[in-house]
Ligand binder design. Structure first.
Ligand code: SF4
Length: 470
C-alpha cells in the first residue's frame, strides 16, 4: 500500500456539445489527481448507434493521442480516470464500462466503492449472470440489465436502490446522460453548463478546465437525467438519509482550486492550518508544508502563528506512477528521491512541518530525519486532520488497521515513532468546522469509526481482487 492515501477515481460527462470528447479529455486532465492508472472515454456517435469506447493504462497524456480523440466523434461522451479499489488494476477494469442491454448501449463511469458488491455478485452469478471484470461497477450493470429490459432509467434506479456504499456515477446512452450520487453523497459530483451543452464532473476544477460554468452540485441521493428536453431530477432512495460527504476530500483528495458544496478547498485547508496554530501553538522560526497538498494549511498556520512561511521541502514533480515504492528499510531513499530539503531555510531553525495526514508513518519519519540531517534544530509536526485510525471502505485504498500507524496508538506513541519534537493533530470538530459544519454533517469514519453506511464484519470490504498494490 502507498504511504499516502489515494483517491480512486474521477468521472465526467458532456451532453450535447460538438467537441464532447475534447472537453472530456481536458476534464480528465483536470481530474488526473483522482486516478493515474487508467483512463477512458466512451462517446455516443448518435441516436440508435452503440457507444464507441477507448481506454488504456496510464496517465491521460499517455493513453490518448490527438488521433484517438479525433476518432471519438459524437455530441455526448463520458470519461473516467482510475486508480482502482474494487477490482484489479488491469485494462479489463479500466472504465468507462460499456455494456449492451438488449439492443441498447450503456456506458458507466463510477467513483466510489459499493460495499455489498460481493454479495450481489454472488446472487447474480447464482442466477446466471456472467461477469467479464472484477469491478464492482459491473455489478451495477448486471443489476440494471435485470431490471432495465423495458426502461433503462427504471433499471438504473432499481439497481441503485439495491447497492450500498459510495457512488458518484455518470452514465450514457445514445438517448440521455445520467448522473447519480449515493444517498450520503460520500464522493463529490457537480453539474455545469458549457456552450449549449451540459457537463458533469467529480470536481469543479474540471468544469473550469473545460471552459464550463458551474451550475450546482448533484445532491446526495439525486438521480439526474439529461436529454434534449433538459435536466430532470429524481430521488434514488425513498427514505430520508442524512448526507455524509467525505471530509477527507477537503483535507487532501480534492484539488485546492475546486469548490465542494460551495466551499473552496484551498480556503478550507488554510483554515485548517489556522486552527492548528490556535490549538497546537509552539515557539518556532518557520512553518513549512509537505508539498503539494499541505501548502495551503501551512500558509494558514504561518499567518495565524505570525511566523514566516518558508519552502522547507521541494518535491520532485517528475516521479511518475511507475516509481517503485521501496520496502520500509529503504524508505528513506524513496523519500530522498521525492523530497529535497532547502538547507539554507531549515538549518538551525525550529521548523513547524504541516502535513495533511499520517497514514503508515514511514514517510513522516523519513521527512523528519531528512530535515534534521539538513540541520533543522527542532521539527514540530502538525497534522491538519485527526489521527487516521480506521480503514475507508468507500473508495480509498486503505486496507486494514495494521497499515495505519494511529490504529491503537496514542499521539505520544506516534510522535515517538516518527521522531518529531512535538506532534499535534486537529480534532474532528475543528476539521468539520473548517469545512462548514459539524461532525454529524460529514463522513469522518476513518477518524471516528462511525461509518455512515454500516460495514460488514469483514470491514465492509467488497474487494473482488486478488492483486495487492504496494
Ligand atoms: Fe472519507 Fe474517511 Fe469517510 Fe473514507 S472513511 S469516505 S476517507 S472520511
Amino acid at each position: 500500500m502507498s504511504s499516502k492515501l489515494r483517491e480512486e477515481c474521477g468521472v465526467c460527462g458532456v451532453w450535447n456539445h460538438p467537441d464532447a470528447s475534447v472537453l472530456i479529455y481536458y476534464a480528465l486532465y483536470a481530474l488526473q489527481h483522482r486516478g493515474q492508472e487508467s483512463a477512458g472515454i466512451a462517446v455516443s456517435p448518435g441516436a440508435g448507434e452503440p457507444l464507441s469506447l477507448y481506454r488504456g493504462m496510464g496517465l491521460v497524456s499517455e493513453v490518448f493521442s490527438g488521433e484517438d480523440i479525433d476518432r471519438l466523434q459524437g455530441r455526448s461522451a463520458i470519461g473516467h480516470v482510475r486508480y482502482g479499489t474494487a477490482g484489479s488494476n488491469s485494462l479489463l477494469n479500466a472504465q468507462p464500462l460499456v455494456v449492451r442491454l438488449k439492443s441498447r448501449s450503456l456506458g458507466l463511469a463510477h467513483n466510489g466503492n459499493l460495499i455489498n458488491a460481493t454479495q450481489l455478485r454472488r446472487e447474480l452469478e447464482h442466477s446466471g449472470s456472467i461477469f467479464q471484470t472484477t469491478s464492482d461497477t459491473e455489478v451495477l450493470a448486471h443489476l440494471t440489465a435485470r431490471d432495465g429490459e423495458v426502461d433503462i432509467e427504471e433499471g438504473l434506479l432499481a439497481a441503485l436502490r439495491r447497492v450500498r456504499g459510495a457512488y458518484s456515477l455518470v452514465m450514457l446512452t445514445p438517448e440521455a446522460m445520467y448522473a447519480a450520487r449515493d444517498p450520503h453523497g460520500i464522493r463529490p459530483l457537480c453539474l455545469g453548463r458549457v456552450g449549449d451543452g451540459l457537463i458533469i464532473a467529480s470536481e469543479t476544477c474540471a468544469l473550469d478546465t473545460a471552459g464550463a460554468e458551474f451550475v450546482r452540485d448533484v445532491q446526495p441521493g439525486e438521480f439526474v437525467r439529461i436529454d434534449h428536453s433538459g435536466i430532470h431530477s429524481r430521488r434514488i432512495s425513498r427514505e430520508e438519509v442524512r448526507p455524509a460527504p467525505c471530509v477527507f476530500e477537503y483535507i487532501y483528495f480534492a484539488r485546492p482550486d475546486s469548490n465542494l458544496a460551495g466551499s473552496n478547498v484551498h480556503q478550507v485547508r488554510k483554515r485548517l492550518g489556522e486552527y492548528l496554530a490556535e490549538d497546537h501553538p509552539v515557539v518556532a522560526d518557520v512553518a513549512s508544508g509537505v508539498p503539494d497538498s499541505s501548502i495551503s494549511a501551512a500558509t494558514g498556520y504561518a499567518e495565524a502563528a505570525d511566523i514566516p512561511y518558508e519552502m522547507g521541502l521541494v518535491r520532485n514533480r517528475y516521479i511518475g506512477r511507475t516509481f517503485i515504492q521501496p520496502e520500509d528499510r529503504l524508505r528513506q531513499l524513496g523519500v530522498n528521491l521525492k523530497f529535497n530539503p532547502l538547507h539554507k531555510v531549515v538549518r538551525d531553525a525550529r521548523v513547524v512541518l504541516v502535513d495533511d495526514s499520517i497514514v503508515r508513518g514511514t514517510t513522516s519519519r523519513a521527512l523528519v530525519e531528512l530535515l534534521k540531517e539538513a540541520g533543522a534544530r527542532e521539527i514540530h509536526l502538525r497534522i491538519s486532520s485527526p489521527p487516521y485510525r480506521h480503514p475507508c471502505p468507500y473508495g480509498i485504498d486503505t486496507r486494514s488497521p495494521g497499515d495505519l500507524i494511529a490504529a491503537g496508538r496514542t499521539v505520544a506513541e506516534i510522535q515517538k515513532l516518527v521522531g518529531a519534537d512535538s506532534l499535534g493533530y486537529l480534532s474532528e470538530e475543528r476539521v468539520t468546522e473548517a469545512a462548514g459544519g459539524c461532525p454529524e454533517d460529514f463522513c469522518t469514519a476513518c477518524f471516528s469509526g462511525r461509518y455512515p453506511v454500516p460495514v460488514d464484519e469483514d470491514g465492509g470490504s467488497s474487494l473482488m481482487e486478488s492483486d495487492e498494490r504496494e
